[in-house]
Design a protein around this ligand. Structure first.
Ligand code: FES
Ligand code: FES
Length: 177
């Protein structure tokens, strides 16, 4: 079988009932979806399937033949963040980062569905079943609202893309993967 992941068609060798989460992480080495409860309750494994947020721990890969899957790796890159990634950065909406991939994908799904500014209640509903254990939800909700309004400081992103010599690398060995 084949699935399209972040715009690239990938042949899948895993057994058909393997959860998409494990196919992404262990076969395709796409590490932004995190392993949490593996029961659909925490949201940290969330990806977009054909544009809709889905818990990848609950989806047998066979159910996704020819589907289009998007993960954080398909949103942006360190020098070219998507609006929702940039807003999370600006609003300090991540701490340990373990929930962040799922939060970003649920937020991206909301913004794509809505197509314009979203209200606090809409964000809370869209992220309601996502658990963050350290940042607190206010900054996350603020970031999603800002992204929906285009309130992202691009200048700051340019600074982020080109760190000064001696600054820590964006990819920190030992950080959650
Ligand atoms: S790991 Fe999938 S919802 Fe928790
Ligand atoms: S940032 Fe640590 S769990 Fe959300």
């Amino acid at each position: 079988m084949e699935i399209n992941v972040n715009g690239v068609t990938r042949a899948i060798a895993s057994p058909p009932l393997t959860p998409l989460l494990h196919v992404l992480r262990e076969e395709l080495n796409i590490l932004s979806p995190k392993i949490g409860c593996e029961q659909g309750a925490c949201g940290t494994c969330t990806v977009l399937v054909d544009g809709e947020p889905r818990r990848s721990c609950l989806m047998p890969v066979i159910s996704l033949d020819a589907a289009s899957v998007t993960t954080v790796e398909g949103l942006g890159a360190p020098g070219d963040l998507s609006p929702v990634q940039a807003a999370f950065h600006e609003h300090y909406a991540a701490q340990c980062g373990y929930c962040t991939g799922g939060m970003l994908m649920a937020a991206q799904g909301l913004l794509e569905r809505n197509g314009g500014p979203v209200e606090r209640g809409q964000v809370i509903e869209a992220l309601g079943a996502h658990i963050c254990r350290c940042t607190g939800y206010v900054k996350i909700v603020d970031a999603v609202m800002a992204a929906s309004r285009g309130e992202v400081d691009v200048a700051k992103l340019d600074e982020l893309a080109e760190p000064e010599p001696g600054q820590p690398a964006l990819e920190i060995p030992g950080s959650p993967a």
